[in-house]
Design a protein around this ligand. Structure first.
Ligand SMILES: Cc1cc2nc3c(=O)[nH]c(=O)nc-3n(C[C@H](O)[C@H](O)[C@H](O)COP(=O)(O)OP(=O)(O)OC[C@H]3O[C@@H](n4cnc5c(N)ncnc54)[C@H](O)[C@@H]3O)c2cc1C
Length: 313
């Protein structure tokens, strides 16, 4: 059995992400990877060294930084039958690509997979992570998006092998990217990949409160995030929302500031290694989740923490 792993050269920490996808795919068989767009050649050169990768393909279209998803899906649809599975990260990239491929092939994808039992059985969270569903699928090829952070990275054990250039991904001309404009997250660290995330919630009242959260995130070398309550209040952009309908994150340390601990928010932080929480209510449910809990007003606690961090350096 051979698995085609679609990789995203534009992903933050792309090599680490692919290494984790390769581990997932190795649960089924050998691995061929495909990267498309700017940076794909460099990515393929690193990926071919990963244990279990037999071929690393890469393709670029002249003048196109990113190959349009419909072009990539149409190309992969032509060769997908040669593979037992086609797999991508459960990221925006995977969410754009795999359903397109499923539509072209008439296959139902299994999404957000956290464990591969065997070639046909997969575990995926349901009900905001409150339960896991064991799914059996019978299609060919089997299409999957996989939560990369749930798998350890495959080691770079192979000697430098050969990569293969794909030259025939024709532009269908259905869509064209006209310009790149700065987004709301531009210039700030990305909570999706940061090792430390400090998130503000409904306990925040003003933009100054969120500025405190951002300052603490910076002081800890991390990124700022938000609960839906903070987003709904207009204090943080929706791109920073963590939870069931936002980002699923797996930082080393997660600091919740004025976040009560609703199940929909917890769905986004289940993989955090350590949780700290600051809440004015000593009985806030987040306290039961937290390894460290500070019962305090955020407007007093964060400036004190910032002073302590400054004095330490
Ligand atoms: C279908 C669906 C999907 C959803 N998806 C998401 C999602 O993706 N992400 C998400 O976050 N939510 C989501 N929600 C909303 C979720 O149910 C909660 O409403 C939300 O998470 C509450 O946010 P919060 O804990 O920040 O705010 P609150 O529940 O209002 O809690 C605020 C906390 O701040 C504390 N506080 C108040 N003042 C201070 C102060 N001065 N200093 C310190 N602490 C203070 C309070 O004691 C309280 O614990 C979803 C809901 C639904 C129905």
């Amino acid at each position: 059995m051979t698995v085609l792993v679609l990789t995203d050269p534009a992903a933050a920490q792309a090599v680490d992400q692919v290494a984790r996808l390769v581990t997932a795919a190795r649960g089924v068989g050998e691995v061929v990877t495909l990267a498309a767009g700017t940076g794909s050649r460099e990515l393929a050169k690193q990926v071919i060294r990963l244990d279990g990768v037999t071929e690393a393909w890469w393709g670029e279209q002249p003048g196109q930084e990113r190959i349009a998803m419909e072009d990539l899906a149409a190309w992969v649809a032509r060769i997908a039958g040669e593979f037992s599975h086609v797999l991508a990260a459960a990221s925006l990239f995977g969410a754009e690509f795999i359903p397109r491929l499923g539509g072209l092939l008439g296959c139902q994808p299994v999404t957000g997979v956290v464990e591969i039992r065997d070639e046909r059985h997969f575990l995926r969270p349901i009900h905001a992570g409150a339960a896991l569903a064991l799914v059996r699928t019978t299609g060919h090829p089997i299409l999957l998006t996989v939560r990369a952070e749930r798998f350890a990275p495959a080691p770079a054990a192979n000697p430098m092998g050969n990569t293969r250039q794909i030259t025939d991904i024709p532009p269908l001309g259905l869509s064209r990217r006209m310009a790149f404009l700065p987004g709301t997250r531009a210039g700030t660290a990305d909570p999706a990949t940061a090792r430390v995330v400090v998130a503000g919630g409904g306990g925040l009242e003003t933009r100054e409160d969120f500025a405190l959260v951002e300052a603490l995130a910076r002081a800890l070398g991390g990124a700022a995030g938000a609960s839906r309550a903070a987003v709904d209040k207009g204090l943080a952009p929706v791109s920073l929302q963590i939870g069931q309908t936002g980002l699923i994150i797996a930082p080393e340390v997660y600091v919740a500031v004025g976040i009560s601990g609703a199940i929909q928010h917890l769905a986004g932080i289940k993989e955090a290694k350590r949780i700290a929480a600051i809440d004015i209510d000593p009985n806030a449910p987040m306290g039961r989740m937290a390894d460290v809990f500070l019962a305090a007003d955020l407007r007093a606690a964060i400036p004190a923490l910032l002073r302590a961090l400054t004095n330490r350096t």
